[in-house]
Structures are given as structure tokens and as C-alpha cells.
Design a binder for this molecule. Structure first.
Ligand SMILES: O=C(O)CCC(=O)C(=O)O
Ligand SMILES: [Fe+2]
Length: 361
């Protein structure tokens, strides 16, 4: 079994090893961007830079109402399974949250990032913490920094809320985030059930493995405009360490790309939809049938971009492993049993390596 951090380092499940964590001395990207020049630490070598004119991703759009309906779920389940096998993601509509509600979240996020630096810095991340407002965490000297500022908050369970990091300005921020969290939790459970059913498993197979004490972490991503967008990446290529991730994309500005085979594809903006992607832990549970896709974010010179990712994280004490029913002679077991995968994840991520390599048999 692979297990990395000790329990005392686990006040935040996704906390990085304190010795490796650092505050990025160059200030927020918003500050850096306002000065115009792109500092060396953000510049990727030519071969790692992104191209905007990628083809559009063909991952399916799933209708949650159809998926949950007893008589009409068949074709939708098939679409879901196909999407998760071939792209590792799908967009979901009819998920119970209105377009107006999603717009309100985006608006509040924008209002927060638009506040004067002095106001935002009341919620600043501390050096050995992951939660709070700040720039990319520095975990290694070679790390090329992401062109993004973030507000990172554990939003579930309630007992884990650390309100010193939760903005009170704009005023409705907290209330709306509570409501969004409750909705995303329910939606995640429905999706995890549908994922299991699509593989002919008992609907609780994934959920049971992830345990009672799952955690939801929210990451508001703010990508300022960049004078030289081709030199930088909003987020470097990575796969998520979650079981699944629920992403609210910017309503107008594209930038997210998924790798499929050796080719990058643009994620389309589907009005009113949320984008769901498989994380490494659901790839392990599914014994590799579902793919945790590598993705990245490009920035641009004209428009800033905002997104909100919610990571559905299994109880860190639960053992995560391929489900028995998904292992047979034709499909041998592909992954070891892992525990506290997020701890492992952080050690690999900023060095540009995939933690999944450590889990593979
Ligand atoms: O901004 C986006 O669209 C994606 C962000 C992302 O991949 C992440 O926060 O893990
Ligand atoms: Fe991601």
C-alpha cells in the first residue's frame, strides 16, 4: 500500500508537506500582470507551450434528468460510460442548478478577485497551508509557475470550514458557496452512482469505497490577462487527484484543454452546464476503465478567465483500490491499494510528474 503523509500533517487533506511548501515571492499574478512584463519563472520552454487552435473536444453532454429516470436512463448511461472511457469527462445539464444561480457564483467570484489587494489579502494563504487566497504554491525550485491566482477552501464537511479564509466581501459569497456546495455534493453522489451502474455494478460501489468522511475542496481560479499569453500556462498539464471534479467554467472565455492520445482538444463552453472529469482516484477504483484525463489551461491577452473547481475527495483514511468485480483474466488488476492519495499527489504534481505512476502495478 502507498501512503505518504502522517496523520498530524493532515489538518487539511490536501496539505502539502510543510517543508516543501512556499509562498511565491513574486506576488499575485494579478500584480505581476499589471506590471506588463512576464517574469522568467512563468515562462515555459517552447515545446511545452500550448496552441490555441486545437480541435473541439467531443466529450458527451449528459442530461441528468434522463440519467436518473428509470425508463430512459439506458442510452444516457451508455453515453456516460463511453465519455468516461474515451475522454475521462463529460458535461452535465439539467443538474438542478439554474443558469442564474451559476451566474451568481461567477459574479461573486469575479467581485472577490476584483477587490483591492489589501482587502483580498485578509484571506491570504499562509506559508505552509493550501487554503486561502494566493498564487501558485512553490513546491520545487524548478517549478514553472502557473499564471493564476486562487482562492482555495474546504467546503465540506462543515466542521472543516476555516472561516478566516472565507470572504465576507462580497456579502453573499459565503451563503451562495454553502448552497453551491450542498448541490454539488448531491450531484456528485448521483454521478458516482451512475458511474457504477454504467459498469453493471451495484450503485453504491464507488461511494462505499470513498467512505463516510468524504471531503469537498473548492478552488476558485482567476486567470489574469497576459501580455504574452503564448509564453505561459494558466495551469500546467495535470490530472486531478480527486475521485471526480466538478468544474464550473467561465461563461464566455475558453482556455481549458484536454489531452486525448497525443493531441490537445479545447473544452467547449456549454451554457448552463458543469464539466465533470474523472480524477486519479476514480481511475484506480474503476481499474483503469475510466480515464483521469490530463488537462491544462491557456491564458489570453484580451480577457481574464474565472473557473471554480470542486474536488470530491475520498476519506483520506480509506483504502482506494480497483473494485474486485472489475478485475478478471482479460482485465488484470492495474493499480496497487493506495491511501491518502492527495499527499502523494502533491509530492509529484509540481515536479510535473503524474502520481498515478506510483500507483500503477
Ligand atoms: O480553469 C479550469 O478550467 C480548470 C482548472 C483545473 O484544472 C483545476 O483547478 O484543477
Ligand atoms: Fe484540474
Amino acid at each position: 500500500m502507498i501512503s505518504v503523509l502522517q496523520p498530524e500533517q493532515q489538518n487539511s487533506v490536501a496539505s502539502a508537506p510543510p517543508a516543501m511548501a512556499g509562498t511565491n515571492p513574486s506576488g499575485t499574478v494579478q500584480d505581476v500582470a499589471s506590471k506588463g512584463e512576464v517574469p522568467e519563472r512563468y515562462i515555459h520552454k517552447e515545446s511545452d507551450r500550448g496552441a490555441r487552435d486545437a480541435p473541439l473536444m467531443a466529450a458527451p453532454v449528459i442530461d441528468m434528468a434522463l440519467l436518473s429516470s428509470s425508463s430512459e436512463s439506458g442510452p444516457e448511461l451508455e453515453k456516460l460510460r463511453h465519455g468516461l472511457q474515451s475522454w475521462g469527462c463529460f458535461q452535465v445539464v439539467n443538474h438542478g442548478m439554474s443558469a442564474e444561480f451559476l451566474d451568481e457564483i461567477r459574479r461573486l467570484a469575479k467581485q472577490f478577485f476584483d477587490l483591492p489587494m489589501e482587502e483580498k489579502s485578509k484571506y491570504s494563504r499562509e506559508e505552509d497551508e493550501i487554503e486561502g487566497y494566493g498564487n501558485d504554491m512553490i513546491l520545487s525550485n524548478q517549478q514553472i509557475l502557473d499564471w493564476t491566482d486562487r482562492l482555495y477552501l474546504t467546503v465540506y464537511p462543515k466542521e472543516s470550514h476555516r472561516f478566516k479564509y472565507w470572504p465576507t466581501n462580497p456579502e453573499r459569497f459565503r451563503a451562495v458557496l454553502h448552497e453551491y456546495t450542498a448541490n454539488v455534493k448531491l450531484l456528485s453522489e448521483k454521478i458516482l452512482k451512475a458511474m457504477a451502474i454504467s459498469l453493471d455494478l451495484n450503485e453504491d460501489s464507488f461511494i462505499k469505497q470513498y467512505g463516510e468522511e468524504v471531503k469537498l475542496d473548492a478552488r476558485f481560479n482567476f486567470y489574469p490577462r497576459c501580455r504574452n499569453p503564448d509564453l505561459v500556462l494558466g495551469v500546467k498539464p495535470h490530472a486531478d487527484g480527486s475521485a471526480i471534479t466538478i468544474l464550473l467554467q467561465d461563461e464566455e472565455v475558453e482556455g481549458l484543454q484536454f489531452l486525448n492520445g497525443n493531441e490537445w482538444f479545447n473544452a467547449p463552453i456549454v451554457p448552463g452546464a458543469l464539466l465533470i472529469n474523472v480524477g486519479d482516484q476514480a481511475e484506480i477504483t474503476s481499474n483503469g476503465i475510466f480515464k483521469s484525463p490530463v488537462h491544462r489551461v491557456l491564458t489570453n491577452s484580451e480577457r481574464e478567465r474565472i473557473s471554480l473547481a470542486v474536488f470530491y475527495l475520498p476519506d483520506w483514511e480509506k483504502e482506494i483500490e480497483p473494485l474486485e468485480k472489475l478485475i478478471d483474466e482479460t482485465r488484470p488488476r492495474l493499480y496497487k491499494t493506495v491511501k491518502n492519495f492527495v499527499g502523494l499527489y502533491f509530492q509529484y504534481y509540481q515536479q510535473g510528474q503524474r502520481p498515478m505512476e506510483a500507483a500503477r502495478i
